[in-house]
Design a protein around this ligand. Structure first.
Ligand code: NAP
Length: 271
């Protein structure tokens, strides 16, 4: 698995990591056992970056449990998602408990109360409980505010959606991140699974074989990661076979412009 510097955050990350929205919000024993199996498979394949949030129900707790004994080998990204500073402090206490007293990338979820939470995160960073600070938003309508936060000089990474059918970040956010040296975490590489509903025919994927791509999810991940300004993609899955499929996209050779355009055309008109 290729590793990249997550901008100037000081973190080294594998290019394929994993999200935990919906998938890790499990409460029964069998669900937790499956989450542990998913994490174990990801670690064996080098996909050792995990993204969570208190917004994702039980996900932080379940992820923390699955990382027992492996915490030092992984990069944990989670978020504050709180209206008040009391709620934020409570979320931080819980997350530090789940993740061995340290969060590697602590992000402000959907920019909720960002000014207030940045001050808290800066204090935690000074104290050594947080390694890098980031901000996330899923909606292009918030990218103006996101750009303002990026330009504040107070964050080292952003998390944004990017896939062949959702390219809003290309015009301003990705160039700004590159100019400022910020890390870029890519959420929703499969458009919440929507891009996988109709899959191009095997013959249409054949031209991508020299790039190590044999499946449509791999083509989509490689499309994202072939932009060197994108440092880690975080597909969510609850299927160990899909973990393997996705991790295989994390190695060169990377697509050139022509292959990226080809995949974007396939995404618009599958099969
Ligand atoms: N900060 C924010 O505002 C925000 C918003 C949205 C998401 N996120 C983060 O980004 C992560 C990813 O986004 P997402 O969960 O919305 O969507 P996604 O990763 O684009 O798509 C997830 C879907 O793809 C399927 N999938 C994954 N790998 C597959 C494979 N190899 N073959 C077939 N199906 C596959 C999964 O189903 P299976 O379980 O069957 O594999 C799941 O239904 C989230 O989990 C979360 O951590 C952050």
């Amino acid at each position: 698995m290729e590793q990249r510097a997550l901008g100037r955050s000081g973190l080294e990350v594998p290019v394929v990591g994993m999200g935990t929205w919906k998938t890790f919000d499990v409460r029964e024993e069998s669900g937790e056992a499956q989450a542990h199996a998913i994490v174990e498979r990801a670690l064996a394949l080098g996909a050792s970056f995990f993204d969570s949030s208190p917004m994702y129900g039980a996900a932080e707790r379940v992820l923390g449990g699955a990382l027992t004994g492996s915490r030092d080998r992984v990069v944990v990204a989670t978020k504050i998602w709180a209206r008040s500073s009391e709620e934020a402090a409570q979320q931080v206490r819980a997350a530090l408990g789940f993740f061995g007293g340290r969060v590697d990338l602590y992000q402000i979820h959907n920019l909720v109360s960002w000014r207030e939470h940045l001050t808290l995160l800066e204090r935690l960073k000074e104290e050594g409980q947080v390694r890098a600070i980031g901000a996330t938003h899923y909606s292009p309508s918030a990218f103006g505010t996101l750009a303002e936060v990026m330009q504040s000089g107070r964050i080292a990474a952003i998390q944004v959606p990017y896939n062949p059918l959702q390219r809003d970040v290309e015009s301003a956010i990705l160039p700004l991140a590159a100019d400022l040296g910020l890390g870029v975490v890519v959420m929703r590489p499969f458009g919440e699974g929507g891009l996988l509903r109709e899959v191009p025919a095997a013959r249409d994927l054949r031209p991508l074989k020299p790039f190590g791509v044999t499946t449509w999810p791999q083509a989509l991940l490689k499309w994202v990661l072939s932009d060197p300004g994108c440092h880690v993609a975080i597909p969510a899955t609850f299927n160990p076979d899909h973990v393997r499929d996705n991790a295989a996209a994390g190695r060169p050779p990377w697509f050139g412009r022509e292959e990226r355009e080809y995949v974007a055309r396939l995404a618009q008109r599958p099969s």
